[in-house]
Design a protein around this ligand. Structure first.
Ligand code: AMP
Length: 281
């Protein structure tokens, strides 16, 4: 497995591979890998000859009061896991190599970025879109896999690819959960024992709303309130948002007539967790 640490070396290798007609698959991550990330690698592997995993804690997608410095990192462990998964190349650049000090070109998505996580994390998706575009230009992937765990991010990246004509196929990877239902996340590491137990309210509330939906409830005010009640019944849980939105446009929905996304962000102490589930009539 090759570990590549500079953007120039990555792009050079990618150009060589393209010249040889190899199909490149990319899984972008911020490291501190877990089964969710590994599942994306396995999915990408099915569709490519050369599997590239990027590990980069992208500073431009963190707000000034967010956890950039504290974000968990363990490159040695990540490298071992990538090796075990048969990854061909790990792209592990430093932030100083990825952004010029006076970088002044950014990518803003304007239809899907202003809701859900975009409201509580202004500038977040601008950082995400910009770094993903840069990764596409450096790794030159034919396909890239992103997780449904970050449902809004996934839809924004699909827009980015469509609207800027990136020749990259985006593949959606399903959410991987702990045995008790908590969606896997590098940030779960921050949780205390009691917060870890209480964090199950996200998954529990999504299950409850799915059951109500299966029983025929279609009014989103009723469904949303059930999620709110379920999360509020848990100590330490502070709702950032709970929304039921159209699966494609992310616009609010009153009565469910087509696919929607139930998306929530909940703070457990200082740790902000997100989760989501789709409902399809
Ligand atoms: P991150 O390292 O958190 O930036 O995530 C990198 C990629 O892994 C993103 O496409 C995420 O959506 C995806 N991902 C993170 N957690 C999970 C999970 N529990 N299941 C599936 N994909 C995930």
């Amino acid at each position: 497995m090759e570990v590549i640490k500079t953007p120039e070396a990555m792009q050079r290798r990618a150009l060589e591979l393209k010249r040889d007609g190899r199909v490149i698959g990319l899984v972008p991550t911020m490291g501190f890998l877990h089964e969710g990330h590994l599942s994306l690698m396995r999915l990408a592997r099915e569709h490519c000859d050369v599997l590239v995993v990027s590990i980069f804690v992208n500073p431009t997608q963190f707000g000034p009061n967010e956890d950039l410095e504290a974000y968990p990192r363990d490159f040695e462990r990540d490298e071992t896991l990538c090796g075990q998964e048969g990854v061909d190349m790990v792209f592990y650049p430093g932030a100083e190599n990825m952004y010029a000090g006076d970088a002044s070109v950014w990518i803003d998505e304007h239809a899907l970025s202003g809701v859900l996580c975009g409201t509580s994390r202004p500038g977040h998706f601008r950082g995400v879109c910009t770094v993903v575009a840069k990764l596409f230009n450096l790794v030159l992937p034919d396909l890239a896999v992103f997780g449904e765990k970050d449902a809004q991010q996934l839809r924004i990246i699909e827009r980015l690819v469509r609207d800027l004509n990136f020749p990259v196929e985006i593949i959606r990877g399903p959410i991987v959960r702990e045995p008790d239902g908590l969606a896997m996340s590098s940030r779960n590491k921050y949780l205390s024992e009691s917060q870890r137990k209480n964090a199950l309210c996200l998954w529990r509330s999504l299950r409850q709303v799915s059951e109500l939906f299966e029983q025929g409830e279609r009014e989103t005010t009723v469904l949303r309130q059930a999620v709110v009640d379920s999360v509020e019944s848990v100590s330490e849980a502070e709702i950032d948002y709970i929304e039921i939105v159209d699966d494609t446009s992310l616009a609010p929905v009153d009565e469910i007539k087509s696919a929607v996304l139930v998306a929530l962000a909940v703070k457990m102490g200082d740790t902000r967790l997100i989760d989501n589930a789709g409902l399809r009539p």
